[in-house]
Design a protein around this ligand. Structure first.
Ligand code: PTJ
Length: 247
């Protein structure tokens, strides 16, 4: 479909087309298109911009990643379609491993995702050989790599379903999420949640990494002061005020 750049929702339409094409290729799960629509709806409520509240969480996410000993960034279909290059650049900058971990699992789809990501980077992409199982997850998402998610101390899980966030917390890991829905189980279970659209959030996290990478005292202070529940409540309040201002 040809989309005119003059269309008021040009960017959104272009992204939808891309998601739809990648769904035809099996990179994005069909239900990933529904998840994307839910994200768009929440982004509307937030005014489609990064809020100061989200920026605070993004700085905390950068600090968590820089303080980690074995950070891992997990990739699913939606995160790969929307933001592969930026997430891979972030992984290189913080020394994180990258692991494909899918809700709608099939060997064929894992292979597609790993190959897709390899086309962007020389970084090793984990996920082809899943040799460990995370306790407490009923879905195929429990499968993971011993040297990746299983051994990680900090895991960034962009655009997730809630089960794994809770299971990762139960396994003693620090969980970082990017999720436009401040009420989702993932958002609520994480140690730090950026309530922001992923293509805006990841560049913000990368910028915070630059600012914090040589400043451990500031990182420690940021983490000591950060309260995810309070930050999520502020995001909900932001939505209420944004809607009230429209009336
Ligand atoms: O590729 P797979 O098989 O691993 O499946 C991936 C999906 C996303 C389909 C799967 O994890 C899933 O069903 O997720 P949920 O439970 O729909 O949760 C996705 C969350 O991401 C929702 O809370 C959405 O609001 C949020 N979201 C969607 N698009 C964006 C987003 N958050 C940030 N940026 C977005 N662009």
């Amino acid at each position: 479909m040809d989309v005119s750049p003059d269309h008021p929702r040009y960017k959104s339409l272009v992204i939808r087309e891309k998601m739809s094409e990648l769904s035809d290729q099996g990179i994005v799960a069909r239900t990933g298109l529904i998840a994307h629509g839910r994200g768009e709806a929440f982004d509307y409520l937030l005014g489609e911009k990064t809020t100061p509240v989200a920026q605070k969480a993004e700085a905390a996410i950068a600090a968590f990643l820089l303080e980690a000993e074995r950070p891992v960034i997990t990739m699913n279909g939606n995160a790969s379609a929307l933001c592969a290059a930026e997430l891979l650049a972030l992984a290189a900058e913080v020394g994180a491993q990258v692991e494909v971990n899918l809700f709608h699992w099939s060997r064929e789809r894992v292979e597609k995702l790993v190959s897709y990501l390899e086309s962007f980077t020389d970084l090793p992409i984990l996920g082809r050989e899943q040799d460990a199982v995370l306790e407490g997850i009923a879905s195929d998402r429990a499968r993971c790599c011993q040297t990746g998610i299983y051994a990680a101390d900090v895991v960034l899980i962009p655009l997730e379903d809630g089960d794994r966030a809770e299971a990762l917390r139960a396994a003693g890991k620090k969980v970082l999420a990017i999720d436009l829905n401040p009420l989702s189980r993932t958002a609520q279970a994480a140690n730090a949640t950026a309530v922001d659209e992923i293509t805006r959030a990841v560049p913000q996290i990368r910028q915070a990494v630059k600012e914090l990478q040589n400043d451990q005292p500031r990182r420690k202070k940021l983490l000591a002061d950060f309260d995810n529940q309070a930050n999520l409540a502020e995001s909900v309040q932001y939505i209420i005020e944004n809607l009230t201002a429209q009336q």
